[in-house]
Design a protein around this ligand. Structure first.
Ligand code: DC
Length: 235
């Protein structure tokens, strides 16, 4: 169960939503603005998927996948510009986990209940002290059900595919828009229909549709919401 509660400095912000809604960028900026820790939980499932693809572990083999998750020693760190770095056994895999092949297979790793159990325990550990912005699919529902602020960030599918295309282009990865549209639709389906911890709207989450809002506008909305939560000071 989440350790987040009403005490000062124990505020947790949960941001969930479908692929490509801008969660990572927005969560990182919100965390920076508030001086909170930023945790990208999708990066953990991606790192595990990368390891499985590299070592030839079958993504449907739950026993081997859980063993791989434990052995991989996935850690999240930050560089001097406060950008997230993802490490597997000390090796920096930040760029590799964004490769299209990882995106294509990650939903298979993320649907394994025992793998999720392991990841969730790691994520709760990271949120133990509060002052965290955690983003994913099941943060407000499963990982931190007591999070003080819960946001469900979404955008229409076309917007999400176009944004993902631009983001990948910046990383010199060029993918056809129609292909991205298809991949996003497939991932939405897999993430929302899986049995364990599917992507669903937490009852007490605020929905933000970012289709026609700028990143700055969404960040401002969330920061305001966090700041208006009680009489806390954040720095
Ligand atoms: O946010 P992302 O695209 O990096 O997430 C990668 C995959 O991991 C995506 O298919 C959903 C899954 N995921 C999940 O099941 N639970 C989370 N808390 C975070 C991500």
């Amino acid at each position: 169960m989440s350790n987040c509660n009403m005490q000062e400095a124990k505020i947790c912000v949960a941001i969930d939503g479908p692929s490509g809604a801008g969660k990572s960028t927005i969560a990182r900026l919100v965390a920076k603005e508030l001086g909170f820790l930023y945790v990208d939980t999708g990066a953990m499932y991606r790192a595990l998927t990368l390891e499985a693809l590299k070592s030839g572990v079958n993504l449907n083999d739950e026993q081997r996948m859980i063993k791989l998750a434990q052995e991989s020693k996935i850690t999240l760190g930050f560089d001097q510009n406060n950008f997230l770095r993802v490490l597997v056994k000390g090796e920096d895999v930040t760029d590799k986990i964004r490769q299209p092949e990882v995106s294509r297979y990650v939903s298979y790793a993320a649907r394994l209940p025992k793998v999720r159990e392991y990841m969730v325990s790691q994520q709760r550990q990271m949120a133990k002290q509060g002052r965290v912005v955690m983003e994913g699919r099941d943060i407000g529902t499963v990982v931190l059900p007591n999070a003080e602020v819960k946001i469900f960030l979404t955008a229409n599918q076309f917007t999400r595919a176009s944004r993902r295309q631009m983001q990948l282009a910046k990383e010199n990865v060029y993918v056809d828009l129609e292909q991205l549209n298809q991949e996003i639709a497939t991932r939405d389906y897999l993430d929302s229909s899986r049995i364990t911890a599917p992507l669903v709207l937490a009852q007490d989450a605020e929905v933000i549709d970012g289709s026609s809002l700028s990143i700055e506008q969404v960040v401002e909305l969330i920061v305001k919401k966090v700041k208006s939560y009680g009489k806390h000071s954040f720095r």
